[in-house]
Design a protein around this ligand. Sequence first.
Ligand code: DQA
Length: 147
Amino acid sequence: MHTVHVLNGPNLNLLGSREPATYGTVTLADIEARLQARCDGLGLKLVFRQSNHEGELVTWVQEAGRASEPVILNAGAYTHTSIALHDAIRGAAAHVIEVHLSNVHAREDFRHQSMISAVAAGVILGFGALSYDLALDALITQSKSKS
Ligand code: DQA
């Protein structure tokens, strides 16, 4: 593994000020900085992106899948609605770890369904910003066990 993609969906640009009781006060830039520091230490390239547009996320998932590079994906609300993201992961055979800051199963019913989980390698949720670190840990451990 040489490159890791971290793709963030709608409204995650608002982290820090958005519903702090649910998402905490960590910003997306804080999450990026921490992962960047970890990736630098490991000699990994980090591609960290956020978009409020479903199609842009679809394109990025396809790119990562085509390059056989793993993805940590927090699709935000598109998690619960996006057949297009489901199809992109499946169609591009992307290796995706689905992450969420919040425990979506402890929230509204409409958050209990994920279009991503069935095509993800695994799901990590409910640990706040730590969910991203745990996903990176999983990718690193998986890639070591493959080599
Ligand atoms: C989220 C959970 C989603 O239900 C929500 O729409 C988000 C953030 C999370 O990280 O907890 O935007 O993906």
